[in-house]
Ligand binder design. Structure first.
Ligand code: HEC
Length: 113
């Protein structure tokens, strides 16, 4: 590979990384998750009372129906998919906010480390 191609490749890799970082560092979404109470039970990387959101993304990434189903689960609450802990209903959060949150969760890239 010549030097020019090599530097192009480096730039491409770097922009892919920047894009991955941009998803998880989307401050508007992080604020929305705080305001909606999600982070009382969730973290992006760690299992708290609820599953790590990165694990949720991993499980449903290729499931075309996951978005609708998960929006309903977050709204109505659920249990038994990840363990014994129960997610209580989140009916005070607007449905469109739940939709934005779940689409964002599903777009989280796998952990880089
Ligand atoms: C009271 C604690 C709690 C709160 C608040 C909470 N969750 Fe959960 N969440 C859980 C638990 C526990 C599970 C695992 C339930 C199960 O095993 O089915 C879960 C599961 C999930 C799942 C995966 C569901 C599935 O069927 O696999 C998603 C997506 C999710 N939560 C998103 C959210 C969002 C978005 C919010 C904020 C609007 C939120 N959660 C607020 C506890 C919570």
């Amino acid at each position: 590979m010549n030097a020019q191609a090599a530097s192009l490749l480096v730039a491409l890799l770097a922009s892919g990384q920047a894009q991955a970082d941009a998803v998880e560092e989307d401050e508007a979404m992080i604020d929305l998750a705080w305001d909606s109470g999600c982070f009382n039970c969730h973290d992006l990387n760690k299992t708290l009372r609820g599953p790590a959101w990165r694990d949720v993304a991993e499980r449903y990434r290729d499931d075309g129906e996951a978005l609708d189903r998960l929006v309903a689960t977050v709204r109505e609450g659920g249990s038994g998919n990840w363990g014994e802990e129960r997610m209580t209903p989140n009916r005070r959060v607007a449905e469109e906010d739940i939709e934005r949150l779940v689409s964002w969760i599903l777009a989280l890239p796998p952990d880089q480390e």
